[in-house]
Design a protein around this ligand. Structure first.
Ligand SMILES: [Zn+2]
Length: 246
């Protein structure tokens, strides 16, 4: 099977698109639909997958989970009607509300990095999770007064969101990364284009997620706690209406 074209990486605003069915198969008792290209975001980078529907004259498929493996996107779900055959042209539709919430949660992680950088803490991001009920970024660095740090971070985040700033995502050559990114991770995903996300600065972060257009769209971001965790620093956050306890 050819690699799936990742339309969401090129045009994340496309919430409805046509695609062609490559195959429908049973994977350990679950139905998986494979397409030539997809607007559905697969689980990755700490961001949850998209849900939605894939429809054609011959059937209707409810997309419940989306995964990426070896260049191929697996759309798992249930046929609510009929089925598809290879070659069928289908209409894909992503649930826009779920996508927007996930984009806000994910972009909030980048914003936290910007605040940490602006405050000169000297921390390096090591891990991010951006789920509605569990969002946090972990950093390598040192932490003394957690409450004072939390207050400074919250104030800087509030300032950045109030000011707003365009978020820009650009596809780049992997060889160009040292020039346009703060750091080059040694575990870049295999089989995906390389993209750099910038928030108002000359350099950005390599990232394959989906983002808000402007920092202001993140809305109210509340830090839940800042604490030392196994030699790292964990900063947990929640967004208004994201479901996480603020
Ligand atoms: Zn990102």
């Amino acid at each position: 099977m050819n690699p799936t074209i990742l339309t969401y990486m090129i045009d994340q605003d496309k919430h409805v698109d046509e695609a062609t069915v490559v195959a429908v198969s049973d994977e350990h008792g679950r139905t998986a639909v494979f397409l030539d290209k997809t607007i559905f975001y697969p689980q990755g980078g700490g961001q949850a997958w998209d849900t939605g529907t894939i429809t054609a004259q011959s059937g209707c498929f409810s997309v419940e989970e989306v995964r990426f493996a070896d260049g191929i996107v697996h759309h798992f779900g249930t046929f609510t009607q009929g089925t598809f055959a290879a070659g069928d042209v289908v209409r894909c539709a992503v649930d826009p509300d779920r996508r927007f919430l996930n984009s806000r949660l994910h972009s909030a992680g980048h914003l936290l990095d910007e605040a940490v950088k602006n405050l000169g803490f000297g921390w390096t991001p090591t891990k991010g999770i951006h789920y509605p009920d569990n969002a946090a970024v972990e950093y390598a660095g040192s932490l003394e007064d957690a409450e004072a740090v939390k207050a400074k971070l919250q104030a800087e985040i509030d300032r950045l969101i109030a000011n707003g700033c365009a978020v820009c995502a650009t596809l780049v050559d992997a060889a160009d990364l040292p020039r346009c990114a703060d750091f080059v991770p040694d575990n870049l995903p295999v089989g995906k284009p390389v993209r750099v996300v910038k928030m108002g600065r000359e350099k950005g972060t390599p990232c394959g997620g989906t983002h808000v257009k402007d920092i202001a769209e993140i809305g109210l971001l509340t830090l839940r706690y800042v604490k030392a965790k196994k030699g790292n620093i964990k900063v947990a956050y929640a967004l208004k209406e994201s479901g996480g306890a603020a």
